[in-house]
Design a protein around this ligand. Sequence first.
Ligand code: ATP
Ligand code: MG
Length: 208
Amino acid sequence: MDAGAKLAVIGGTFDPIHYGHLIAAEHARVQLGIDKVLFIPTGRPPHKTSQAVTAWEHRLRMLQLATSDNPAFGISSLEEPKGEFSYSIDTIRRLRSLNPASLIYFLMGADALLTIDTWKDYQQLITLCCFVVVTRPNYVIDRSHPVLNTLPDEWWQEMRQVEIPAMDISSTDIRSRVAAGKTIKYLLPRQVEEYIYDHDLYRGGMKS
Ligand code: ATP
Ligand code: MG
C-alpha cells in the first residue's frame, strides 16, 4: 500500500457472507475515503466455541465469490486456522507490521462493539487502529452502556460512526432459513447462494 493509504479490515466468521457485510464495507469505504477493505475470515473464533463453524475453505470461497467484482475489496488469510484461536489484536499487529505506512481502520457492526470487553487486550487494541462502527438494526451505540462507558474520551473522539442503509440480515438467519427450506434469495449474492446449494451447506439442521 502507498504511504498514508487508508486500509480497512472487517473481521467475521462470514458463515456465510451476505449483503449486510458488503454494504457495511462499501459505505464505510466511500464515506471515509478508504483505499482498500480487507475481509478477514476468522479461523477459530474464540467467542463461537460452542457452535460448529463451517470449514474455513468454504467461508473463504464464498467471500471470494462475493467480493471479486469490487476492486477495492480484498481478502486476507491472516487468520487461517492453525490450531490456535485467532485474536483481533494479533491480526491488527501483523497488519501494521506488513503495512507500516498505512492508516488502519477496523470496521465492525454496532453489535460487535458492544462485546468489546470480551476481546483479548482490547484496551491496547483501541490504541492500534481507528475503530469504524457501522449502524446495524436493533443495536444502539450509547456511551452510557456499561461496556462502552469504560472507553476513554480520546477514543470516542477518534472513533467513526458510519450510517449505512439498514440491512436486517444475519448469517444466523440465513443458516436457519436454508435448514428450514426457506428462501435466501436477495439476502446475499447469487453466486454465494448457488455455492451454498451446490455444496449442501447449512442443510443438515442448524450448525448454530
Ligand atoms: P452471525 O449471525 O453468525 O453472528 P453475522 O451476520 O453477525 O453472523 P459476522 O460474520 O458475525 O456476521 O459479522 C462480521 C462483522 O460484520 C461484524 O462486525 C458484524 O457486526 C458486521 N455485520 C454483520 N451483519 C451486519 C449487518 N446486517 N449490518 C451491519 N453490520 C453487520
Ligand atoms: Mg455476528
